[in-house]
Design a protein around this ligand. Structure first.
Ligand code: AMP
Ligand code: MG
Length: 356
């Protein structure tokens, strides 16, 4: 399994989700077809309704093909991907993959540039979360952050890294501190949008929920008219659902957390959501979930990461202003909910207190 777009899907996390969603499979006309496959560095499950089961299954296959297309473009840990081609020569002006342009435009449209950095590949690499985890030296972190900061979008679809740091041989292409684009905080959401488009375009699927565990999109309304229910797990106990996001119709929900990729050293948790200014793991929260009926999967994925970096107070202010739902578990286990507006099609319900 690739680590690129990764959240590690635990069996418990999936059990949590399915518990929140209710029974998933069956054969009555109003029962959905459910298919789960490894994709996007995790397990993706599609629950789809439609009268013609063969048509629904064909549409689900198309949805997985669409998701693989986004991985082929944006997976920075796949040497054959389009973004890896860009990252191989970061100091040369090059065209960006079309999917990268879409992500960069969305970051700007969401006003998330200060918190969501698409250029942290070299910084994330210093922690080596999936290899031999290690706390980076301050000087290396400063070098990698400066190099990441050199990202310049020349025009809509071309970009380059300026030589902002060094000289240091490790900053050269292929070196351990070389700058590069990493869309790991957003690509999953874009892939889910593409999957939803594929299901919609098929004409065979009347309603669906597509989940990659930490991000979920919904399409249409279930035949029985009930809302989709997306469970949020306790960041310190994946068997407990602490909140439920209910979406009626199209919508999207995304969670970022300090428990998805992390290691501990000397009693300190080093996790994968990094402050772009310092390269250090962002403190203050254990998890943040954002959702909305009008949010694309891409927007909710960008926002869960960006609002985690903003911190609880600024995240809540952003959510209120944007009219989206928010649920935060802070670093002492306190929950904060910002409800979506009454007529927005999204309801956030607290189910249990998170662990202290
Ligand atoms: P997510 O789980 O969607 O919040 O994405 C986390 C992933 O995004 C990390 O594993 C990194 O690859 C990347 N990342 C970490 N910090 C940031 C940041 N401040 N801005 C953008 N991407 C980030
Ligand atoms: Mg994200």
């Amino acid at each position: 399994m690739r680590r690129a777009l990764a959240t590690i899907a635990t069996a418990a996390a999936l059990a949590t989700l399915t518990a929140a969603l209710g029974p998933l499979a069956g054969c009555a006309p109003d029962e959905p077809t459910v298919v789960s496959r490894e994709a996007l560095g995790t397990v993706v499950s599609i629950t789809a309704y439609g009268e013609d089961e063969a048509g629904v299954r064909a549409a689900i296959d198309e949805a997985f093909v669409a998701m693989a297309g986004v991985e082929a473009a944006l997976d920075a840990y796949d040497p054959a991907s389009e973004v890896s081609r860009f990252n191989a020569s970061p100091y040369e002006e090059q065209s960006l993959p079309a999917d990268a342009v879409e992500v960069l435009d969305a970051i700007q449209a969401l006003d998330a540039d200060a918190e969501f950095s698409p250029s942290l590949l070299g910084v994330v690499g210093l922690y080596d979360f999936e290899g031999t985890p290690s706390v980076p030296e301050d000087a290396d972190l400063a070098l990698a952050v400066a190099a990441a900061d050199g990202f310049i979008r020349i025009d809509s679809d071309t970009a380059v890294f300026s030589r902002n740091a060094g000289p240091d041989p490790r900053l050269e292409p292929g070196g351990s501190l070389a700058p590069g684009l990493d869309f790991g905080g957003a690509a999953k959401g874009l892939a889910l949008d593409r999957a939803r488009e594929a299901l919609r375009a098929s004409g065979a699927v009347t309603a669906a929920l597509i989940t990659a565990v930490s991000s979920t999109v919904t399409l249409g309304s279930k035949p029985d008219g009930s809302a989709w229910r997306i469970g949020v797990e306790d960041p310190r106990d994946s068997s407990v659902v602490v909140a439920v996001f209910q979406v009626d119709g199209d919508g999207s929900v995304s969670t970022s957390g300090d428990y998805q990729r992390y290691f501990e050293q000397d009693g300190v948790r080093y996790h994968h959501i990094l402050d772009p200014d310092t390269g250090a793991p962002v403190r203050g929260m254990r998890s943040l979930t954002v959702g909305g009926a009008d949010l694309s999967g891409l927007a909710s994925d960008i926002l869960s990461t960006a609002l985690f970096v903003k911190g609880t107070g600024d995240a809540a202010a952003y959510a209120e202003e944007a009219g989206i739902g928010l649920y935060v578990v802070d670093d002492e286990g306190r929950a904060l909910t910002v409800p979506a507006p009454d007529d927005s099609g999204l309801v956030v319900t607290e189910m249990a207190s998170p662990k202290p």
